[in-house]
Design a protein around this ligand. Sequence first.
Ligand code: AMP
Ligand code: MG
Length: 297
Amino acid sequence: SDFELTLIAEDAQSGKQFLAEGIAEIERIERLISSWDPASETSQVNRMAGVAPVKVSDELFELVQRAKAISRLTDGAFDVTYASVDPIWTFRGETITPPDSSIIAASVAKIGFQKVLLNPSDKSIFLPEKGMKIGFGAIGKGYAADKVKSLLQAKGVNGGIVNASGDLSAWGVQPDGQPWQVGLVNPKNKNKVFAWFPINDRAVVTSGDYERYLLMGGKRYGHIINPKTGYPAQGVISCTVFAPKAELADALATALFVLGIENGLYFVNQLPEVDAILIDDEGKLHASKNIEVDETI
Ligand code: AMP
Ligand code: MG
């Protein structure tokens, strides 16, 4: 995933120094949580699934704890253990023949955030079944955005935006005192922005099906999996969530894809300080109770 950092500094030299520190933090988090890096703690936990608990850093332990809590909050629409279905689907825009339903059923059987055993006394994580996997594809970018923001804030940077491939965490204001503006991309034409929002000290996260998708039976499917069925979720083509933290917004944006328009907005409307804009597969806009939108894009 691409990251883009914007920040305010006294001069170019200190600005570059802050950018380098932000990038180092992103790389550190990637080494810790990536499923692609065989040396990461995440990969170690996954390799030992069904074998033994793995002691991890406080940081990974707490991330899994929070991810498990969000899995529960969304009733498993976001599920930190969705990743056992990962090898089945690739989302590169190509047409595929539907995978065998028995293969899907077998990997769905491995999913279940409830089964993840967290032992707070030795900070170990145990996935009790072989083939179970944790993965942070739907929450890790948001987590990294929050971490870089707090690191830079702690170093005295009083305004900036961390953009983690569409997961934005912003603080402060622009040098001219104006609020930062975030543009929401039109999922049907990704070079066009359909709305601008001022943001201050909040996160804005968009999950869309326009970047990673596949075609099956003439239909388009985005890269978010319904953990209950093992098939890509349908009905929503873009979902933007506003929340105090990018980590929560990231996980919720993924969950709303799975929950769909009606259940998703009902859910968001119960959460304090969280708002969402969803676009359905006909291009119609739907928003949570604090946002007014036009009907279509
Ligand atoms: P995002 O771009 O934040 O919507 O995250 C999508 C990524 O999260 C996918 O590429 C998968 O790696 C992972 N993912 C897909 N479906 C789920 C799900 N239901 N729960 C948790 N992670 C998921
Ligand atoms: Mg997400």
